[in-house]
Write a protein that binds this ligand. Structure first.
Ligand code: VGL
Ligand code: ZN
Length: 201
């Protein structure tokens, strides 16, 4: 059993990121039993949920003539355009039906502002607007954040980077993640974790 100061952050285990979903991550559903098992060894678990309004500006469909998986410049920097996904209250935004962590203490919803995407559970994609999770974890006295979920090279990556930057000991459980793998994003994630001292196991 993990220490009382450790928290498992289970990231975006939602239907739209699983096979059959609108932004399916290959093998995304395979993380479900692994994360369920992992959660049994943690006293504390926090879930995140990608939660976009219709017409979100990270959707290619909001930019006439633009295709999913291309990039545009937003006021806060480059933004990859995605298929419509995880629309608030849709079935695609729901957690995978077999995710079974009733003990989870907090659900952090992110990406709910139309004008800005939020990969990280801690900051939106401007890297400045906080979600509140950093303050919550600090106030609760957690010192270590263990990350797993979807997608390894997007929301898991940026959540882990921000957890580390905020001073939490940070670990990513690679076996309990799956990747989108776009334009070298998996390699970039490994490089970033090595540079920042984020443990990958
Ligand atoms: C994610 C792309 C867009 C993720 C969320 O959960 O990794 N990726 N929205
Ligand atoms: Zn999203």
């Amino acid at each position: 059993m993990h220490a009382d100061t450790d928290v498992l952050l289970a990231i975006d285990v939602q239907n739209d990121f699983c096979p059959g979903g609108r932004l399916a991550v290959p093998g995304g559903d395979e993380v479900v039993p692994l994360i369920n098992r992992l959660a049994h060894n943690f006293r504390h678990v926090v879930l995140t949920q990608d939660w976009h309004p219709a017409g979100h500006l990270s959707f290619a469909s909001s930019h006439p003539g633009k295709e999913p998986f291309t990039r545009i410049e937003m006021p806060y920097g480059p933004q990859t355009l995605w298929p419509d996904h995880c629309i608030q209250s849709s079935e695609g935004a729901a957690f995978h039906a077999r995710l079974d962590i009733p003990r989870a203490e907090l659900i952090v919803r992110k990406g709910f502002r139309r004008e800005i995407d939020s990969y990280s559970a801690f900051f939106e994609n401007d890297h400045r607007t906080p979600t509140g999770l950093g303050g919550y974890l600090r106030e609760r006295g957690f010192t270590k954040v263990v990350c797993a979920g979807l997608a390894f090279d997007y929301c898991v990556r940026y959540s882990a980077e921000d957890a580390k930057a905020l001073g939490f000991e940070t670990e990513v459980i690679a076996a309990a993640c799956r990747s989108i793998d776009l334009g070298g994003s998996v390699g970039a994630t490994h490089k970033s974790f090595a540079e920042r001292g984020i443990a990958l196991s």
